[in-house]
Design a protein around this ligand. Structure first.
Ligand code: OGA
Ligand code: MN
Length: 193
C-alpha cells in the first residue's frame, strides 16, 4: 500500500513517522512465516558495527535479504513502492534498497546510533517493520528516537506487530531498548550505491 500523505507530512515535519495501517495483513503474515522459517533453520548471524562485532553496542542477529532469491523477491516489490513514495515526495535520489531481518533475543538491544556505517552518507531513509507475533508493553524493546547524539529522548515507539516506521537515516539518532521477549523485524534502507 502507498504511504499516506499524512505520514509523509509527519516525516517532513519531524524526520520520522510510523503507521499500523500501511502493511497489508497478508503481507505481514507472509513476512512472519518467512522470518519464523529462517529462524528455525538458523540462518541469522550476529550483527556487526563498522569495526566488527560489538556486543556492548548491539547484540542482535540478522539475515540479509536478496532481491534475486525466489522466496524474497516479493518483499522488494513492497519496499520498492515505499521507496518510490518517499523519493518522489522528497524529490531525492535513493535508487537502491538494502534489507535484512533482525532478531533480538531477551536481554538484547542496540545502543544509541545513527544509521551511517563508517560515516558514509549513502543511506537516505530507514524503514522498519515489526514481525513478531505479539507484543505487550512490558516486553520493553521500544525504538527510542533522540534529539541528537547527546540529546534527549523525543519519542518511544512500541514495536507492535505490523507497525512500519520510517525515518531520515542521516539525521535521526535512535536506539533499541533492551527487549524482554523475542523481537523480530524487517529493517533496511533506501540509499545511494
Ligand atoms: C537498526 C535499528 C531499530 C528497530 O537496525 O539500525 O536501529 O526498531 N533498528 O529495530
Ligand atoms: Mn538504526
Amino acid at each position: 500500500m502507498e504511504i499516506p500523505q499524512r505520514l509523509l507530512d509527519s516525516m517532513a515535519e519531524k524526520g520520522w513517522a510510523y503507521s499500523d495501517e500501511i502493511l497489508d495483513p497478508l503481507d505481514l503474515q507472509r513476512l512472519q512465516q518467512l522470518a519464523r522459517h529462517r529462524l528455525t533453520t538458523d540462518s541469522f548471524r550476529p550483527a556487526q558495527v563498522a569495526s566488527g562485532r560489538a556486543p556492548k553496542i548491539r547484540s542482535d542477529s540478522l539475515l540479509w535479504l536478496d532481491p534475486s532469491h525466489p522466496q524474497e523477491s516479493w518483499i522488494f516489490n513492497i519496499l520498492e513502492a515505499w521507496r518510490q513514495n518517499l523519493t518522489q515526495f522528497y524529490f531525492v535520489s535513493a535508487p537502491e534498497i538494502e534489507a535484512h531481518m533482525t532478531h533480538y533475543s531477551p536481554g538484547q538491544f542496540y545502543d544509541l546510533h545513527c544509521d551511517q556505517p563508517q560515516g558514509q552518507e549513502t543511506r537516505i531513509f530507514t524503514f522498519i517493520v515489526y514481525l513478531h507475533d505479539e507484543w505487550q508493553s512490558h516486553f520493553g524493546g521500544e525504538l527510542s528516537i533522540y534529539s541528537g547524539p547527546q540529546g534527549h529522548e523525543v519519542e518511544r515507539i512500541e514495536p507492535r506487530p505490523g507497525r512500519v516506521v520510517f525515518f531520515k537515516s542521516r539525521e535521526i539518532w535512535h536506539q533499541v531498548r533492551e527487549t524482554h521477549f523475542h523481537r523480530i523485524s524487517l529493517t533496511g534502507w533506501f540509499r545511494h550505491p
